[in-house]
Design a protein around this ligand. Structure first.
Ligand code: AMP
Length: 199
């Protein structure tokens, strides 16, 4: 018997922890679309759209795109029919303001679970430097990579506490093979989604 469950999910963690790779696994497992603000911005930069032109410099500097603009983009995306029965957010919300905006968008219904992909800063910096070298991304300098980690620590890490207080946090060790991490996430999420929410 297959039961249809609504899964409103979020994956959060420092840049370079492997969120994108794990996001596609999770989305497939629960049959929900992945909504990645980073992907939306990058597609717009590649396509040379007005939005792309507005955000390019900010993204290349490792800063955050302003909340109002980011919130607007997510609101439009969540209104599309494929998100009606759930979604996996990747890279949004990233600030307290964005959490409140999202709460408003989903009509006071909370997220069902938040996967925190934990990874050591030096480990992720090393991974990102290697990736930049392999992909020839000269703009991904060590300074920018480290700045993104600082922005995460200052603006995004505080959200973890907030989701923990809401009782929806699933913390997973991000160290290991893609398969190992995917299994940890799947068992953590299955347990969380089966648990009574008390809402
Ligand atoms: P990501 O691929 O999620 O690391 O996103 C790449 C870049 O896009 C980030 O470094 C930010 O500049 C920008 N970005 C993505 N998501 C957000 C967000 N929720 N709020 C502000 N900026 C974002």
């Amino acid at each position: 018997m297959t039961e249809t469950i609504t899964a409103r999910l979020l994956i959060i963690g420092p840049p370079g922890a492997g969120k994108g790779t794990q996001a596609s696994r999770i989305a497939e497992r629960y049959g929900v679309p992945t909504i990645s603000t980073g992907d939306i911005f990058r597609a717009n930069i590649r396509g040379g759209t007005e939005l792309g032109r507005r955000v390019q410099a900010v993204i290349e500097a490792g800063e955050l795109v302003p909340d109002s603009l980011t919130n607007e983009i997510v609101e439009d995306r969540l209104a599309q029919p494929d998100a009606a029965n759930g979604f996996l957010l990747d890279g949004y919300p990233r600030t307290v303001d964005q959490v409140h905006a999202l709460d408003g968008m989903i009509g006071g219904a909370s997220l069902d679970a938040v996967v925190l992909l934990e990874a050591d800063t030096e480990e992720v910096v090393a991974r990102l430097l290697k990736r930049a070298e392999l992909e020839g991304r000269a703009d991904d300098t060590e300074a920018v990579i480290r700045h993104r980690q600082e922005v995460y620590a200052e603006q995004t890490a505080p959200l973890v506490e907030l989701f923990s207080e809401r009782g929806i946090l699933v913390a997973v060790d991000g160290l290991g093979s893609v398969e190992e991490v995917a299994e940890r996430i799947a068992s953590g999420l299955d347990a969380r989604l089966a648990a009574p929410t008390g809402r």
